[in-house]
Design a protein around this ligand. Structure first.
Ligand code: EPZ
Length: 421
């Protein structure tokens, strides 16, 4: 196991390039199962989850490899529709192979993903969508057994939940519907940029899809899809994590490879907090010279404030004078980072789905434990401003979603290094 050691007290300055979006790459890699041909997906970050998905695709009988930032996949004809527990249990996004396997082979056996530290991760909406397309679903011995006697047929599906829409359920159902016979309408679909990216990838493969980016997606099934070359969108959460780091350290950072329209809610909150942000061509210039001001945040489905940035925003508010409230509406348990930030001297109290943050002048460096991908990022950026040394343990969580984060931060002036536990 490895840890990351950070010396606090630096102001980030300079330029950083954002990598491709993990949460685009994973469903799009799964969608490559929908054709026998080769697909080439470009701009894919070199991440643990990408390599887990490659292993999973190979276990299903596809050829898959990572080469210089691209993933080459050829699913071929004889797919083995069984996704093993040992892979699925390490990465929830593995459930995305359910839709393509069902569409291509009429069968799928995928281990239930189980929960993770941010909360139970049910897939009832995914299964509801497949049933509406004519699949028979059984969940037994921790596996989902899905089968479609004949071809899947188009249907009308309402995918909403108490929290709003489900990102991967929308993607999974889209991938099953593109080869179904007839028309499918997905109501209360997720509108995240990564869902839009997946729809564009499928359309380039020959799928007939419209409405992506809205809460109503229409699909006309086709007989076959063909291979494509496709470049995925930049990672908005990585970009926003660097925005938080620049704001926390009172830095001056040019964040390149961003799509401005993905960032409006976060820009609004940071501007209210006293951070100066200006949009450039495919870049965001983030500076903070004055005092931070406390702001309240509630996480919501896109275009609301992203749950994947909640921990990083909390780290920023932890050193902001005054009181701020962060309410988590997507994953009410997603507060594992609170106890670790409090070990660094922050004053954060939990009240149901909300965290009440009393800003402190300084954090103090301490050994802390990463728990999930985004909580780890919050601890790293907190370490950048804390007095003394911070050790973030179990950084494999970080490696799931941030490509070369210590290189990127070092280039911005951070004193950060990786070491063996
Ligand atoms: C995607 O997960 C992302 N992961 C998550 O990012 C992100 O936090 C989440 O969307 C919300 O934006 C990937 O894209 C690989 P959901 P997903 O289904 O699709 C409930 C990260 O850090 N729900 O939108 O699995 C669920 O419990 C990760 O990169 C059901 O009840 O999330 C949650 O409360 C973490 N039934 C809410 O919906 C279902 O069938 C949102 O989950 C599905 C979801």
């Amino acid at each position: 196991m490895e840890k990351i050691i950070i010396q606090g007290g630096c102001r980030l300055r300079g330029e950083v390039n954002v990598s491709g979006a993990k949460n685009s790459a994973l469903p799009i890699m799964a969608a490559s199962l929908l054709t026998e041909d080769e697909t080439v997906i470009e701009g894919v970050p070199d991440l643990r989850d990408v390599h887990t998905m490659i292993k999973l695709l190979r276990s299903l009988g596809a050829k898959a490899l990572y080469q210089d930032g691209s993933v080459l996949i050829r699913a071929g004809k004889g797919l083995n529709p069984v996704a093993p527990y040992k892979l699925v249990s390490t990465m929830r996004a593995s459930v995305c192979v359910l839709g393509p396997l069902l569409a291509r082979t009429g069968r799928a056996e995928v281990s239930l993903p189980g929960g993770c530290v941010i909360g139970p991760r049910p897939i009832d909406l995914h299964l509801k969508g497949f049933k509406a397309l004519g699949a028979e679903i059984d969940t037994v011995h921790g596996y989902v057994h899905a089968k479609a006697k004949k071809n899947l047929r188009g249907g009308n599906i309402y995918l909403g939940g108490s929290f709003g829409s489900s990102v991967l359920a929308t993607g999974n159902v889209m991938m099953a519907a593109v080869l179904a016979q007839g028309r499918t309408t997905i109501e209360s679909a997720a509108s995240e940029p990564e869902v839009v990216d997946l729809a564009r990838f499928l359309r380039k493969m020959g799928a007939k899809i419209s409405g992506e980016g809205s809460h109503r997606i229409e699909i006309e099934g086709v007989k076959k899809l063909h291979g494509v070359k496709y470049r995925i969108i930049p990672d908005r959460i990585e970009a926003q994590t660097f925005m938080m780091a620049a704001a926390m350290t009172g830095g001056d950072v040019m964040i390149r490879n961003v799509e401005a329209q993905h960032h409006h809610v976060v820009m609004d909150k940071l501007l209210q907090a006293g951070v100066r942000i200006s949009e450039k061509k495919n870049a965001m210039h983030v500076r903070r010279t004055g005092r931070l001001k406390s702001v309240d945040v509630t996480t919501l489905p896109y275009p609301g404030f992203p749950t994947d940035l909640q921990a990083q925003m909390m780290a920023l508010m932890a050193i902001t004078p005054g009181i701020s409230v962060i309410t988590e509406k997507i994953y009410p348990d997603r507060f594992m980072h609170v106890s670790e930030l409090n070990r660094m001297g922050s004053k954060i109290f939990l009240e149901g789905p909300s965290a009440i943050i009393h800003g402190v002048k300084r954090l103090s460096g301490a050994p802390v434990m990463a728990s999930d991908l985004r909580a780890s990022a919050a601890l790293v950026i907190a370490g950048l401003v804390a007095d003394g040394e911070t050790e973030v343990h179990r950084v494999y969580h970080l490696d799931r979603g941030y490509e070369k984060i210590e290189e990127k931060l070092t280039a911005l002036g951070a004193k950060i290094q990786r070491a063996k536990e």
